[in-house]
Design a binder for this molecule. Structure first.
Ligand code: GLN
Length: 505
């Protein structure tokens, strides 16, 4: 188990020194996948052959004395939204089930250049729409922390891993891979990180390219990372960040040394101001255990020297509604390309229009269809001003609220998710309840700000609920990732939570 507990940073160092071979690291993780997958369903596709070839390449480079990349030999999984050459990319949808992309995403290319070993593609909500991984035509992913003894054996978990990057979170939590990439449009990296006791980082909009990430809502979509410690998030960001000429929204700003920022954690937080948004804590539906863990986290930050200041975000209550108008509008436009003509599923009918309709009817699931309909409605000529235009204005007000808050603090703290986790099926009939999962995370997407979720404790186990992870959420000003990672690293160094291992054997 020890090898499986090692961080990406330590693995890369051990492989570079020759203390471990990339092949033995890959084999250990592939064996773990064999053990867990029948129960967890985190992988859509395991790429054992390609992974071993990549590992052997790293070992050969080392034996020739060539320099190794920063992630050389580190086993990583990619959410099945990242376009990969030679591996399927389904985006969790029947409409892309048979698609074999002719090119690779910037992320896949940068990871390969850094020596990372891609173990496969990870399950997700269809087109990244969801908070539980249940919006899928495939087997839903289970949360490794939700294992409860029952007649089906100690492996069975009835709990969702969060979403939409739930496969990425479950795989890292269950030690099937060391790092995983996810995407975060409204919280899809941070909410599953919170539900699976992981570090989930979503950087500033434009910091990591979107080229080769299947589009959901382009102005909100971000690539993010899932890892078991803050230093690994910094390491992955170091590899992925930086200008990409293939993405027009990619930033040209120089990439700072993120790992150095996490190493400064020992200096504590004297002089750092943490903004606490008290209104958010009055949210109806906020779980009492989440509130308790949050208060404990604030005490940890204060003990490290941080000053806590009250801040106001006057338009906070409108964030979820604003997000659902904008993300559905953008999705309705982005998903228009799946019409059976150029790629993906095609259900041929006599006329072109009937072919479009039959293909889309057969290919899209209920949540995707709901969002396309809603998005088409808010963009209609007679409702544009009332919905889309107004939501764009509120988005600006929300971004201004953050700018004003950051005059008074260096980062804003809140819980990540209002609930520690929920059972499969619990929220399926109530899309609105599901949408509220992202109430704390959506603002950072609307404003394009860097944000992170880190392990912050566990719920008390009871007869109705197992011991489930709880996350702390931090948002920082634009491009303040070093500061965000430093604060997260201080909290991590002062708490034991990230070292806990889930109960799945
Ligand atoms: N849960 C949110 C939604 O369903 C966010 C999804 C995401 O970040 N990709 O849209």
């Amino acid at each position: 188990m020890e090898l499986l507990e090692t961080s990406a940073l330590a693995l890369a160092r051990a492989i570079a020194k020759g203390e471990l071979s990339a092949r033995e690291v890959a084999l250990a993780h592939l064996a773990r996948i064999d053990t867990c997958e029948p129960h967890l369903h985190a992988f859509r596709h395991v790429a054992a052959e390609q992974a071993l070839a990549a590992a052997d390449h790293v070992d050969a480079q080392r034996s020739r004395g060539e320099p190794l990349g920063p992630l050389a030999g580190v086993p990583i999984g990619l959410k099945d939204i990242f376009v990969t050459q030679g591996l399927p990319t389904t985006c969790g949808s029947k409409i892309l089930a048979e698609w074999r992309p002719p090119y690779a995403s910037t992320h896949a290319r940068r990871l390969a250049a850094a020596g990372a070993v891609v173990l496969g593609k990870l399950a997700m909500d269809e087109f990244a729409m969801g908070s539980s991984n249940e919006n899928t035509p495939f087997e839903p992913v289970r949360n490794p922390w939700g294992c409860t003894p029952n007649p089906r054996g100690p492996w069975a978990s009835d709990y969702v891993p969060g979403g939409s990057s739930g496969g990425s979170a479950a795989a890292v939590a269950a030690r099937q891979c060391v790092l995983a990439l996810g995407t975060d449009t409204g919280g899809s990296v941070r909410q599953p990180a919170s539900l699976c006791n992981l570090v989930g980082l979503k950087p500033t909009y434009g910091r990591i390219s979107r080229f080769g990430m299947v589009a959901f809502a382009s102005s909100l979509d971000h690539c993010g990372t899932l890892s078991r410690c803050v230093a690994d998030a910094a390491l992955a960001l170091q590899v992925l960040a930086g200008h990409d000429p293939l993405d027009a929204s990619s930033l040209r700003d120089a990439v700072p040394d993120y790992l150095a920022a996490t190493a400064r954690a020992s200096a504590g937080l004297v002089g750092t101001r943490i903004g606490v948004h008290a209104d958010a804590l009055r949210l109806p539906g906020l779980d009492a255990e989440v509130r308790r863990a949050f208060e404990q986290s604030l005490a940890v930050l204060r003990a490290a020297g941080a000053e806590l200041v009250d801040i106001a975000l006057p338009h906070f209550e409108h964030a979820v509604a604003t997000y659902y108008v904008l993300c559905t509008a953008e999705a309705s436009s982005n998903l228009a390309r799946y019409d059976g003509t150029r790629f993906g599923l095609r259900v041929a009918r006599d006329s072109l229009l009937d072919t479009y309709a039959a293909t889309r009817h057969a290919g899209f699931g209920a949540e995707v269809a709901r969002r396309i309909l809603l998005g088409t409605f808010v963009l209609r000529a007679d409702s544009y001003d009332r919905y889309y235009g107004r939501a764009m204005k509120v988005r600006t007000l929300i971004a201004r609220d953050y700018a004003a808050a950051f005059e008074r603090c260096d980062a804003i703290a809140s819980p990540t998710s209002p609930l520690p986790g929920f059972r499969l099926g619990d929220k399926l009939d109530d899309p609105l309840a599901m949408y509220l999962s992202d109430v704390f995370t959506i603002g950072a997407n609307l404003a394009g700000l860097p944000a992170i979720s880190i392990p912050a404790g566990f719920s008390t186990p009871s007869e109705t609920r197992p011991r489930l992870p709880i996350g702390l959420h931090l948002i920082a000003p634009r491009l303040a990732e070093p500061e965000l990672l430093r604060i997260a690293a201080v909290h991590e160094a002062a708490t034991p939570w990230h070292r806990e291992v889930p109960p799945c054997p």
